[in-house]
Design a protein around this ligand. Structure first.
Ligand SMILES: [Zn+2]
Length: 197
């Protein structure tokens, strides 16, 4: 499929514009996720865009297969990848044919998930609670720094969810983290090694 890169850039800008209007007018009823994820996808460019021309849409990656039979190029272009996810990709266990009725027979180390490195709940807080005085470019910088998506194994995802020292990192950043700090701090806090792909 031939994709028009300049149109993808315009779509990214249009989602950004929606986000800006939501924040400017303090529209707390809006579902930010409906705008944040498409903004991220279109900003990343054509690998994250699909759909039949002329209908472009973002590609969601809730449960990507480690073998790469879907999303192969996209998995290489996420913002961060854990060593565990890289090892799963090397093992290439395919989710097709690994199901027993409803049960997924893959080990949790071979199942991949795409994580919002700074949880969306935290991003909502950053946008709505902490920065009501923003200009448009402040929002752009904020999203550029904090809106990151990483490839993890479901095993690692569970480690983030666990409560340690009285805190789960499912939808929170570590307590000593501050805005504009390392967006991947949750992974470091739980000993999940990895890096930018
Ligand atoms: Zn597969």
């Amino acid at each position: 499929m031939q994709l028009d890169q300049s149109r993808i850039e315009r779509l990214a800008e249009s989602y950004f514009e929606h986000l800006w209007i939501i924040i400017r007018d303090d529209d707390r009823g809006a579902n930010l996720r409906d705008f944040l994820d498409p903004w991220w996808s279109f900003s990343k460019g054509y690998p994250f865009v699909g759909g039949k021309h002329p209908h472009y849409s973002q590609r969601t990656m809730n449960n990507p297969c480690a073998c790469g039979h879907e999303h192969k190029e996209r998995l290489r272009r996420l913002d961060w990848i854990s060593d565990g996810a890289a090892a799963a990709k090397a093992r290439k266990v395919c989710k097709n044919g690994m199901k027993d009725g409803k049960n997924d027979l893959r080990s949790p180390a071979d199942r991949l998930i795409v994580d919002h490195s700074v949880p969306l709940a935290k991003i909502y807080q950053g946008i709505f609670v902490d920065h009501l005085d923003w200009e448009k470019e402040d929002l752009r910088k904020f999203l550029g720094h904090h809106m990151k998506r990483a490839l993890l194994t479901s095993e690692e995802d569970r480690v983030l969810d666990q409560t340690r020292d009285g805190q789960s990192l499912k939808s929170e950043m570590p307590r000593d983290w501050k805005w504009w700090g390392d967006p991947f701090a949750r992974y470091h806090a739980r000993g999940i090694a990895g890096g930018t792909p």
